[in-house]
Design a protein around this ligand. Structure first.
Ligand SMILES: C=C(O[C@@H]1C=C(C(=O)O)C=C[C@H]1O)C(=O)O
Length: 363
């Protein structure tokens, strides 16, 4: 290295060291403020929940708007989620239940939202994920609810109908699928394991590239990766997290049929969120079984100027050919327009359950 180069680098490195020192001091100063928030709440006898999803969303949105670059907004969100996660864990480490084993997209969604200071509690089924929070063993649950290619996640939708839990957040995750295997030749692969949703997301790719391999649906794609790691002639379709967790090479990357393949997850807890300024409210309702009933149900929303961003129907399960409707609307249930629409709705609907209001996902 030439002397000039060394000198030039030493100058910049000294700047970096000084800035790191400042960041370190500021991070700890921030952590002390977050601790102080907890102490003030305790002083005022506020036995409420420490985790405030609406406040976190506001912090992230403000920083995204203020970000001058060159770092992309997505990175800023990632860093500050980790900072908030670490600050929060000084007061109370949050236990987060999700569909395991480790390495699932649900784990990626849970860490994306709660950061790495959260306590990960992998469960063996979506039912167990709900139960873990209902019973108080975990503070929050992260469950998949819909995929842009494959649509609604039926088990989550059904459990939402009966759970006392509330939706307090959403997480949106880009899903890239990979073929994970110890084999080095596609011709050697006779079995492909994955979760049914992931197999469906790669249906055309499998038809084209591995038309003769048997497709075996298992409980999760991380479980698929565990199987593929131990059986010759087998592969798994799973994400990057499973590849890293089970040390499985990727023989093919980004094999999802739709390039925008995205899954939306819900965060469930024992409370919903206060208004953050950009919120959604999720409802389940059923219409009386007569002509025009669904139209009547949706009318109070449009007359109040409330936008609907999702409508799904599912069989009511307790009556043949009767349906419940899952509706997401824009706004918080404390917003005057939403409040008015919900009051009207409760008069028309045969059944109405408000699952919660929560901040729209921050990327
Ligand atoms: C510090 C608070 O509590 C938690 C920590 C936050 C943070 O570190 O910024 C934000 C919201 C809460 O989840 C607060 O309510 O402001």
């Amino acid at each position: 290295m030439s002397d000039d180069l060394s000198k030039a680098l030493a100058g910049v490195r000294a700047d970096i060291d000084r800035i790191d020192g400042d960041i370190l001091r500021l991070l700890n100063e921030r952590a002390r403020c977050a601790q102080r928030v907890g102490e003030i709440k305790a002083e005022f006898g506020d036995a409420g929940f420490i985790y405030r999803p609406e406040r976190e969303a506001q912090v992230l949105r403000r920083l995204q708007e203020a970000n001058p670059g060159p770092l992309p907004g997505e990175n800023i969100t990632f860093f500050f989620r980790e900072v908030m996660s670490a600050c929060l864990s000084l007061e109370q480490p949050l236990g987060v239940a999700f569909l395991g084993p480790l390495g699932t997209f649900s784990e990626s969604a849970a860490t994306k939202h709660f950061g790495h200071a959260g306590r990960l509690l992998p469960q063996s089924s979506i039912d167990d994920v709900f139960r873990e929070v209902e019973s108080g063993h975990a503070h929050y649950a992260v469950v998949p609810v819909e995929n842009s290619t494959e649509g609604a996640v039926g088990r989550t939708m059904d459990l939402l109908l009966s759970t006392p839990l509330r939706i307090c957040g959403e997480v949106v995750l880009r899903i890239h699928q990979n073929l994970l295997t110890r084999e080095t030749d596609l011709n050697a692969i006779t079995r492909v394991y994955s979760h049914a949703q992931s197999l469906a997301q790669c249906h055309e790719w499998l038809n084209r590239v591995l038309p003769n391999a048997q497709r075996i649906s298992v409980g999760s794609n991380a479980q698929a990766a565990q199987l593929a790691a131990s059986e010759a002639g087998s592969a798994a379709i799973a994400g990057e997290a499973a590849a890293a967790r089970y040390d499985l090479p990727k023989l093919a990357e980004n094999i999802e049929d739709e390039p925008n393949n995205t899954t939306r997850f819900l965060v469930l807890g024992k409370h919903d969120a206060g208004p953050s300024g950009r919120d959604k409210t999720s409802l389940i309702m059923s219409a009386p079984n007569r002509t025009g009933a669904l139209h009547e149900l949706l009318l109070p929303l449009s007359t109040a100027g409330v936008s609907m961003c999702r409508l799904e129907s599912r069989p009511a399960r307790n009556a043949l050919w009767e349906y419940v409707f899952y509706v997401d609307i824009e706004g918080h249930r404390d917003d005057p327009a939403v409040k008015a629409a919900l009051e009207k709705l409760s008069g028309y609907a045969a059944y109405l359950k408000i699952l919660g209001s929560y901040p729209i996902a921050v990327y």
